[in-house]
Design a protein around this ligand. Sequence first.
Ligand SMILES: Nc1ncnc2c1ncn2[C@@H]1O[C@H](COP(=O)(O)OP(=O)(O)OP(=O)(O)O)[C@@H](O)[C@H]1O
Length: 407
Amino acid sequence: MTSSPSSDSDPSDPNRALTETRFSDLTPSLSDEVLEALTSSGFEYCTPVQAATIPLLCSYKDVAVDAATGSGKTLAFVVPLVEILRRTKNAKPHEVLGVIISPTRELSSQIFHVAQPFISSLPDIKPVLLVGGSEVKSDMQKIEDEGANLLIGTPGRLHDIMDRMDILDFRNLEILILDEADRLLDMGFQKQINSIISRLPKLRRTGLFSATQTEAVEELAKAGLRNPVRVEVRAETKSSGNLTSSKTPSGLHIEFIKCEADKKSSQLVDFFIKNKSKKMIVYFMTCASVDYWGVVLPRLAVLKGLNIIPLHGKMKQSAREKALATFTSLSDGILMCTDVAARGLDIPGVDCIVQYDPPQDPNVFIHRVGRTARLGRQGSAIVFLLPKVQTSQFVCLFIILHLPNFT
Ligand SMILES: Nc1ncnc2c1ncn2[C@@H]1O[C@H](COP(=O)(O)OP(=O)(O)OP(=O)(O)O)[C@@H](O)[C@H]1O
């Protein structure tokens, strides 16, 4: 079944976030294979970022896209990428035609899976997922044996593979996508990205996607894109009767809880007791805090039966994957994590984001809360604040971000 767009009168209707443009209405037209793959995934109408971006990339324009979290950016680049690769015929096994770079292993793997049904409609194109956490030699062997026409991965592993493997031929590369560009730069990948870009042909299409714009992203756009068209899509939210544009989704309600330092942990436990039936993500500052709470909480009798799942970047790759898969499959439970799970992850049915340790950076705030209220759905976000300093910092942050729905 496909969804249909509807008026914005019902805030609980996820289809509010869709435009009235069908994928089949776009110009240049999409191929029958892509339209079929969209239909069988239940996608008929475009989100605003998809309606704006797909035609541009498909008609040889570079794009720099700035759109709210959960607005459908992944398909906004997967669909044109697949259409562009469809036009190339008889790709040789080691001829790389497309590269998608994203900041984390989880996000790369998510993109790989979203892209799979579309790529499988391309007979000659072999996609490869390249992320850390596994032996680089096994990736190399796989590429050597099976070929690679589309590389999807994190900058470190991609760069490493490009460095080690002369067999890969980038001369006919058609398209480069930089997803979550600001995070790529925040995480210190500038050098690897510059080096990857320097090995790619200049005559290519490039799409740069981000939910937040920073000066560094602007610099990267200048260096890697040619006369890009800027696409900016903001959620529209009613605030004091006026329609304003917001960097956070319109179905998101934000609250903060003021607490004394010595009461903070008991307030967190109380919050969990009151919200036992919800699916929640709780953010902590450090991996050590996640480990600590991951041991302590399951031992509390009052939280017996609750699914509590830790996830941070110092866990083994297999444990990270398992944690994410388990949490994704649950209808209620708590994911205790660091910012390794702040961006891009598309986990269904998250009701609430709890920021036990508030972030320093407004952009991190946007990405964390963006794990709920996705594609027009409703969700809430709670921030724990210590009196005075943190509270005044956050009042400033709410003003900077034009956050309308908060109490
Ligand atoms: N045209 C569409 N119709 C219906 N659902 C869609 C459509 N496009 C995307 N979705 C769904 O919306 C959700 C959010 O999409 P996506 O993960 O691409 O968002 P995003 O903009 O990349 O978010 P973030 O900034 O957090 O990474 C996904 O579950 C996706 O399947």
